[in-house]
Ligand binder design. Sequence first.
Ligand code: M6R
Length: 607
Amino acid sequence: MCGITGFTGKSRALPFLLQGLEKLEYRGYDSAGVTLVGTEELKTWKEKGRLSVLEEKLDIAHCPQRCGIGHTRWATHGIPSNLNAHPHNNMDNTISIVHNGIIENYVELRADLEAKGFVFASETDTETVAHLLDFNYRETGNMRDAVYATIAGLEGSFALCIVSCYDPETIYVAKKENPMIVGKTGDAAFCASDATGLLSLTKDVLPLDDGQIAILKPGSIELTDFAGKALEQNWIHIPYDMEAAQKGGYDSFMMKEIHEQPDAVRETLRGRFDKNDRIRMDEIDALEISWERLRRVYFIACGTAYHACIYARTLFDRYADIDSFVMPASEFRYGTPKLDADTLCVFVSQSGETADTLAAVKLANEKGAATAAITNVLGSSISRTADVTLYTAAGPEIAVASTKAYTTQIVLLICLIMKLAEKTGFVIPDYAHLVADMKRLPQILTEILKLEDTVGQLADMLKEQRDAYFIGRQLDYPTALEGALKLKEVSYVHADAYYAGELKHGPIALIEKDTVVVAMATQPEVAAKTMSNIQETIARGARIILITDSTIPAERFEYVLRVPAVREELAGIAAVVLLQLFAYFTAKEKGCDIDKPRNLAKSVTVE
Ligand code: M6R
């Protein structure tokens, strides 16, 4: 969502701030700004729109300042505008801040500050912090004390960077429930809201935990809690480089990431099978739970990751005699989940930062359930909050539309289910065959990607369409949901997904001549039933694109795509790649901004 960069050192700050913000552009934003620090005054520039608009206003070559902060904003409180853009400054421009998150008590704070004579320039919750710092500086007479006093007065969530001309070489960084990462070299220290923003300078980073303040000075970082007590620093090494975050030979990150799936799945499976071909999952072995007493399992996530959870729950429910539930994280928090020590909650999140999912993990922790996270980002907030974390090895996913994260999540969820079978004693039929096919998955995905051109031609059918419908039963249903989400997300074609058997209970009223129906029939047990539902739509004039397995007869259909022979539990992993390609080509035909669809952000760090 919003992006933050900060730099203090012996060289110019602006180049790092701007290139860091550029790397964070993929998170989505509507305005950008920077503050550079001098001893007499701060200089702040901010503009609504893309970073390039800000850059046009800056005289980049003539900004010698060695300390500064930058921000890309995605509006939450107050419309996108120059005034609401960050940084926000105090009245005499001696203190400047950037902020991700929401200050929940800003209404009270603002009223109090206004009563004391502070004049606000924006509608944001963030500006309150700048004036509160000013107030506390006047009270305490030094910036460090003002920062601690201010943080103590804030409620809500924040990743904050604070600079001032009272302390012109220092950046104060505070973190609560929003990601923030710091790093240093011999003569500089810097920060960003995402490791991608730092990778040009270092791969060794210190992700801050909730309740921490980092004080950055050229070449040094001091870490304390909110009360000022010194803390141990747990540095980690980021195993990928900037090059991995470039587009390679593809025209978009989405297409590159679709093609990375064979490798991403291979890497995610690496080390997961022991020498007897049983699942190795030390993380689950380490979980403190009494497996004999396990009564229920929840699968919880948002968006695409939620679809991966539906897939997992469908499979788990097929094999295990333990109650299982799947819930979007935004509902889980406000519902009445049954959480106790005999409950396992599995949270799935590519970014590891999704606010609703993070809050759901905290809720489950509070209620004493065992919590396991599946995420793609090392050191992310969710990974540090859950009891244990299993990492997908998809590499950085830059396109807003999630692709390789989804397939790797399903792969890891299936490994988890196999591990749970071992822990709790339920049986997965023909386990050895399943393992053999899982090991073949990278090859199967490579094969399915060869259908790219055929999918490209079919996508032509959709570019003029207003609507499309995706249908499937059992494990084909989450694939249909994900196909519909992908299509609407990147191509803006309205798409809905239904259980195939539900069509005749209402949605079939929408089917008319030439309506496109993408039908999934990869599950032999229910394929015949789905075929009947397809006929019902054909009778109303629908054009069918059928995605099926290698065995199900489908001669009478004009447009058929087949997934290679594979165990039915894994067919959805191959089939969804076709739907991702379908969405990509439709968006391309329509000239959409594939990697940055309108209104969407990569990481949704607000409720
Ligand atoms: O980072 P997360 O997996 O927690 O993100 C969850 C959703 O916001 C995300 O999957 C979203 O639905 C994607 N844009 C879908 O392509």
